[in-house]
Design a protein around this ligand. Structure first.
Ligand SMILES: Nc1ncnc2c1ncn2[C@@H]1O[C@H](COP(=O)(O)OP(=O)(O)OP(=O)(O)O)[C@@H](O)[C@H]1O
Length: 686
């Protein structure tokens, strides 16, 4: 690659580098001018105080967005048009394209002439940078990728688009292998064609990505959010975009990507953040049952069982007059409304219809009541009494408390849906004294959310990105589906990495529970994990997800795998960590959860500085001790896995957990074991 320190730069290449550096300098200067111009704009033109505040905040955002980050290259690629007279026909809308375009994180233009110096990677025209290839050059002749160090342009790599195989990009490989410290980085300079197709899918389309470990699902989901916000800025700024991830440690890990792409207004949350954190646990078997979509029917029935037949009619006294509705009339009004709307609005409508009928009675007697009288009657004590008796005000907690504590009520609600054993499993052994003091599990939280939506509509966001979606129950997916009911979703996951008792077996089911129509795309080219390591981990694949295609790796990774039988994985992990720390990059020591304390003590007594990953904390130490159940979605340059057999034995889907754990390494994986390896992993070499 021209410009690399180990390769002498030829004179003509030196000239190219010098010209490109000059373009970088000109672009930086133009960006500075754009920023100065934006800083000089005044919000005084606003007509009123509120508009002025709004305008000021927009201008502040604009100025912040135009900041030049010295470490982030202003552009990372360039495309040269094919301008040969016998070159390809260019679509009319593209005929005014420049002969050369630079692609970067944002638009930069020359103030005087408005000439584009750098085009935003999300602009339609930039698509060619990611998609053009020798078989479809899209009207371009050459793609040039740039290498940067500390914001300085140091190298370039040319890919002619006029025929021939391009071969692997060294800039891409180096970008992947660049040692990691701290949170996840963006991949905007090296998004691959199949990833780009997902990133740029239309907003109304829900896309679902099945991707083997390290194929870039998370990265693609985040870049898609940035792309959608750029392309549909106004709509999505209003409706909102939300990223849902498995835990806080994961969210902390991905938190820097969107701000680096200029998007600071995207919410990130765990399912617990959205539905409420659990205050109790329960056996996986019960949680799995509560997570099934059948529970939605039980809940609907349970809620509507609260609407009772009226025993008495309604009598409203106004002045000296008494107005009556017979019990059968009240019953007819309730029956007409029952189940046709949400419970809460049905209740409000019931009160209004009762009041309306009273008004009809008044009119018959020659009175002329107006709408205000109808409201007064709807709020009057007699109507409220009927309302409480027939259509009581309910909270989700009241309904679920009753369902899980009252066997008779559960039987009625679950009739034809849950069998006797299932009902028995749901009932609390020792119910709390009331719904107020009840403790709720994670599965209960999804049930409460469903009930809440049956009572009052849940507002929808514009777009939802759901990562590690394979681990969500049907009821949790329904809860997320409500939050993008009028929008769309990007659903990311890997069936093989499903570790919950309710993990999805098919993406079609996931989309159904989410309530979204969508296409499923499969990514199988792994960027993170070297080939030797990926092949080793993939020995587990036939046992955890037999239908999935075997993943391939972009990098062969000779020498990346080291599997050792040791006398004591706890003490040997200290030595392995020390060896790994002698190399550049991050080190993750992934251990069975039950052994985490012992490993921490061993690292401490050896004086090895380290962090310990917790469910709520990221941790940016170079050496991180990672309990196996928290490793999902994360990656380290060097990974040491201690005692795979114990990781596999610790939970029902332990082999899937082991598959996750073995696929976290970017550069090297060291496996330390005293016990025999699980037979599925030992394979032929056992
Ligand atoms: N096009 C790319 N260019 C450079 N790096 C990439 C590219 N695609 C993915 N990567 C890198 O590969 C690694 C894995 O990506 P990511 O975490 O998004 O994968 P994933 O599919 O979500 O993995 P997992 O299922 O194991 O969590 C990251 O370091 C990411 O930056």
């Amino acid at each position: 690659m021209p410009g690399e320190p180990d390769e002498p730069v030829q004179p003509d290449q030196a000239a190219v580098l010098a010209a490109e550096r000059a373009h970088l300098a000109a672009s930086r200067a133009a960006l500075r001018r754009m920023r100065e111009h934006a800083s000089g704009l005044s919000a005084d033109v606003a007509a009123d105080w509120v508009s002025k505040q709004y305008l000021e905040s927009l201008l502040d955002q604009r100025v912040a967005a135009l900041a030049d980050h010295p470490d982030a290259p202003l552009f990372f690629g360039r495309m040269d048009r094919d301008v040969r007279p016998d070159g390809p026909d260019v679509p009319a809308e593209d005929s005014d394209l420049p002969a050369v375009m630079y692609v970067g994180r944002r638009h930069v233009h020359d103030g005087d002439e408005g000439r584009p110096l750098v085009l935003d990677w999300r602009a339609p025209v930039s698509r060619a940078f990611y998609q053009a290839g020798p078989t479809e050059p899209m009207g371009w002749r050459l793609r040039r990728r740039f290498g940067f160090q500390a914001g300085e342009l140091t190298a370039f790599e040319d890919e002619p688009l006029d025929g021939g195989d391009l071969g692997p990009s060294r800039i891409l490989t180096e970008e992947i292998e660049r040692p990691r410290t701290g949170p996840m980085r963006d991949i905007v300079a090296t998004i691959q064609p199949e990833q780009d197709a997902i990133v740029r899918a239309d907003l109304p389309r829900t896309v679902c990505v099945q991707g083997a470990p390290g194929t870039g699902k998370t990265a693609v989901g985040l870049h898609r959010a940035a792309y959608l916000l750029f392309t549909h800025r106004e709509r999505l700024a209003r409706a909102g975009v939300l990223i849902v991830g498995p835990n806080r440690a994961f969210l902390a890990y991905i938190s820097a990507v969107l701000p680096a792409l200029g998007e600071v207004k995207v919410e990130q949350a765990t399912v617990d953040d959205l539905l409420g954190a659990p205050t109790a646990g329960e056996p996986a078997r019960v949680a799995a049952l509560k997570g099934e979509a059948r529970m939605a029917d039980v809940l609907r029935k349970a809620l509507w069982l609260h609407v009772r037949k009226p025993v008495d009619g309604l009598v409203v006294t106004r002045g000296s007059a008494r107005h009556r509705l017979a019990d059968h009339e009240v019953r007819e009004i309730a029956a007409a409304l029952r189940g046709t709307t949400r419970y809460g609005s049905g209740r409000a409508a019931f009160a209004q219809r009762l009041a309306h009928q009273i008004l009809v009675r008044m009119e018959r007697r020659g009175e002329a009541p107006d709408d205000r009288v109808q409201d007064q009657v709807a709020r009057s004590a007699p109507v409220r009494r009927v309302l409480d008796e027939v259509w009581p005000k309910l909270t989700p907690e009241q309904v679920l408390y009753r369902l899980l504590s009252d066997a008779d009520f559960l039987r009625r609600a679950a009739k034809g849906v849950l069998d006797d054993d299932e009902q028995a499993a749901l009932l609390w052994a020792k119910p709390a004294r009331s719904h107020r003091s009840a403790a709720w599990t994670a599965a209960d939280r999804a049930l409460l959310d469903e009930l809440n939506d049956l009572i009052e509509r849940t507002p929808s966001l514009g777009h939802l990105v759901v990562d590690e979606a394979q681990d969500l129950s049907a009821m949790q997916l329904r809860a997320l589906g409500r939050r993008c009911g009028t929008g769309s979703a990007t659903v990311l996951g890997d069936i093989a990495q499903g570790t919950t008792a309710w993990s999805a077996r098919s993406w079609k089911d996931v989309l159904t529970h989410l309530g979204q129509d969508g296409d499923v795309t499969e990514l199988t080219l792994g960027f993170r994990v070297p080939g030797t390591v990926l092949d080793y981990a993939a020995r587990l694949l036939p046992h955890v997800a037999p239908t999935l295609e075997r993943p391939r790796s972009l990098r062969p990774g000779a020498g990346a795998l080291d599997v050792r039988r040791v006398a004591d994985p706890v003490t040997d992990a200290v030595d392995a960590a020390r060896e790994a720390l002698a190399r550049p990059g991050s080190v993750g020591l992934i251990v069975p959860d039950a052994a985490a304390d012992a490993h921490a003590a061993a690292l401490r007594s050896a004086g090895l500085e380290h962090g310990v990953l917790g469910p709520d904390s990221g941790g940016d130490a170079r050496l991180l001790l990672v309990p196996a159940t928290l490793a999902k979605g994360l990656e380290y340059d060097h990974v040491i896995v201690a005692e795979p057999a114990a990781i596999a034995a610790a939970e029902a889907r332990g082999l899937a957990r082991l598959y996750v754990v073995l696929t976290r390494a970017v550069t090297s994986l060291t496996v330390l074991h005293r016990e025999d390896l699980p037979a599925e992993l030992a394979g032929r070499s056992m």
